[in-house]
Design a protein around this ligand. Structure first.
Ligand code: NAD
Length: 421
C-alpha cells in the first residue's frame, strides 16, 4: 500500500472505501455495480434553529445519509457529537449496508448525526434538537423507508422523542419508525444487551474454530459502555477471564480476573472505573498492547493504527466498536496472523435485535427474552460460519471476506431488481 498520512489513514470514509475497493476487486464485481455501491444514494444536510434554555436561538447542523435500500429500508443509528461530519456519517451508513447484509437481514444501510455536545445540553434542549431534526428529515424516514436507532450520544429517550414526533405528524402512533426504544413503547426485550451478546457469541465461535479453551481465556476490553460492559458481563458468566478494562480516563488490570458486576456497580456510583479496588490502575493505551487472548476494542474509531498494530499481542481481536482498526493496521495484523473478527460481523448483534424489534412492532406481538436471545444466537453463529468459509474459499482475511459476502449479496439483489430507468 502507498504511504499515506495518519490523517488519511483515520478518515472513516477512506477506510471504508479502501476495504470496499479491495473486496470488490477480489469479487470481480461488475464495474457498473461497483459504481452503484461505492457511493451513498442520498445525503441530506439540514440546518435548523433551536431555542436554548437561556432564550438564545442556536443553529444546528444535522445529516442523514442513505447508502443503499437495495435489500430493504435504510437502517442505522443517529449520533449526537461535536465532531460529527458528513464523511463520518457517510462511512457509517455504508458500514450499515454491509453489516445488515453479512447477517442477512432485510435492511439497507443509513446513518444520521447532529453536530452538538449532548453532555453540555439540558434534557429540554436535547428534546427540542431531536424533535426539530426529526421534522427536518421526516419525509425521508419511516418503517418502510429508513429506520433510525441510537448511536453515540443518543439513547432510548431520544428514540421515544423521534417516535412521538413522527407519530404526531402521521396522526397515529407508529412505533416501528425507530428501534432501540424503551421496552414499554415498542422496544424489544434483549435489545440493550444484544451487541454485547453478539460479541460473546462470535468469540465462542472463534475459540471453537481456533481450538482454544474458553475457560480462563484472558480478555481485555476497551470501553466499558453499553457494548463493552455487556460483553464483559456475559463473557465473564461464560467462564472468560476479563483481565483488563481500558476507559478514556484510565484503565484497570487484574491477571486473576476482574469482578465485572462489582465494577459496574462501582462505575454507576462513581461515574468512573478509576479507584476500583479489585484491580490495579493501568495505562489505557498500554492495555491495548498487553498480553491477552482476546482484545475487544468497544469504545470508538481508529484505536488500532499503524502506530500500535505491530505491538499488539492478542491472539484474537473482536471489534465491538465501529471502525476501530485502520486499513493500514489490517495489513500489519494479518502479517502477525491475528484472527480479527471484523466490526460488521462482531457488533451486528445490535442491528439484528433492532430487526427483531421492528418485526415485533409491525406484528404488535412481543417475544419473550429467551426467544430473542435464541434467534440472535442462531443468526450470529451462522454469519460467523459464512464469513470464515468465505475467507477460506477466497484466501482473504475475515474483514475482506465479510465485505465480499456482503457486497455479493447486495449486488445480487440489485441485479435481480434491475436498474429503474
Ligand atoms: P457508550 O457511549 O455506551 O460507551 C463507550 C465507552 O467507551 C464509554 O464508557 C466511554 O467512556 C469509553 N470511551 C470512549 N472513548 C474512549 C477511548 N478513546 N478510550 C477508552 N475508552 C473510551 O457507546 P456504545 O454504545 O457502547 O458504543 C461503543 C462503540 O460500539 C461505538 O463505536 C458504537 O458505534 C459501536 N456500536 C454500538 C452498538 C450498540 O448497540 N450500542 C452497536 C454496534 C456498534
Amino acid at each position: 500500500m502507498a504511504t499515506i498520512s495518519l490523517e488519511q489513514e483515520i478518515n472513516p470514509w477512506e477506510a471504508q472505501a479502501a476495504r470496499f475497493d479491495f473486496a470488490a476487486r477480489k469479487l470481480n464485481l461488475d464495474e457498473g455495480l461497483w459504481r452503484v455501491l461505492r457511493y451513498p444514494s442520498r445525503e441530506i444536510i439540514v440546518h435548523f434553529p433551536v431555542a436554548m434554555d437561556d432564550g438564545r436561538i442556536e443553529m444546528f447542523t444535522g445529516f442523514r445519509v442513505l447508502h443503499s435500500q437495495a435489500r430493504g429500508p435504510g437502517k442505522g443509528g443517529i449520533r449526537f457529537a461535536p465532531d460529527v461530519s458528513l464523511d463520518e456519517v457517510r462511512a457509517l451508513a455504508s458500514w450499515m449496508t454491509w453489516k445488515c447484509a453479512v447477517v442477512n437481514i432485510p435492511f439497507g444501510g443509513a446513518k444520521g448525526g447532529v453536530i452538538c455536545d449532548p453532555r453540555k445540553m439540558s434534557q429540554g434542549e436535547l428534546e427540542r434538537v431531536t424533535r426539530r431534526y426529526t421534522c427536518e428529515i421526516i419525509e425521508f424516514i419511516g418503517p418502510e423507508k429508513d429506520v433510525p436507532a441510537p448511536d453515540m450520544g443518543t439513547n432510548e429517550q431520544t428514540m421515544a422523542w423521534i417516535m412521538d414526533t413522527y407519530s404526531m405528524h402521521m396522526r397515529q402512533t407508529v412505533t416501528s419508525v425507530v428501534t432501540g426504544k424503551p421496552l414499554t413503547i415498542g422496544g424489544s426485550r434483549g435489545r440493550r444487551e444484544a451487541t454485547g451478546r453478539g460479541i460473546s457469541i462470535v468469540c465462542d465461535e472463534a475459540l471453537k474454530h481456533l481450538n482454544i479453551a474458553r475457560d480462563g481465556c484472558r480478555v481485555i476490553i476497551q470501553g466499558f459502555g453499553n457494548v463493552g460492559s455487556n460483553a464483559a458481563r456475559l463473557m465473564s458468566d461464560k467462564g472468560y477471564k476479563i483481565i483488563g478494562i481500558a476507559e478514556y480516563d484510565g484503565g484497570l488490570y487484574n491477571p486473576n480476573g476482574i469482578d465485572v458486576c462489582a465494577l459496574s456497580d462501582y462505575r454507576q456510583r462513581n461515574g468512573s472505573v478509576l479507584g476500583f479496588k479489585g484491580a490495579e490502575a493501568y495505562d489505557s493505551n498500554d492495555l491495548l498492547i498487553a498480553d491477552c487472548d482476546i482484545l475487544i476494542p468497544a469504545a470508538t474509531e481508529n484505536v488500532i493504527t499503524s502506530r500500535n498494530a505491530d505491538q499488539i499481542r492478542a491472539r484474537i481481536i473482536c471489534e465491538g466498536a465501529n471502525g476501530p482498526t485502520t486499513a493500514v493496521a489490517d495489513e500489519i495484523l494479518a502479517d502477525k496472523r491475528i484472527f480479527v473478527i471484523p466490526d460488521i460481523l462482531a457488533n451486528a448483534g445490535g442491528v439484528t435485535a433492532s430487526y427483531f424489534e421492528w418485526v415485533q412492532d409491525r406484528q404488535g406481538y412481543f417475544w419473550k427474552e429467551a426467544e430473542v436471545n435464541q434467534r440472535l444466537e442462531s443468526i450470529i453463529a451462522e454469519s460467523f460460519d459464512d464469513v470464515v468459509r468465505y475467507s477460506e474459499a477466497h484466501d482473504v482475511n475475515n474483514r475482506i471476506a465479510a465485505y465480499m459476502l456482503a457486497i455479493d449479496r447486495v449486488a445480487f439483489n440489485i441485479k435481480q431488481r434491475g436498474i429503474y430507468a
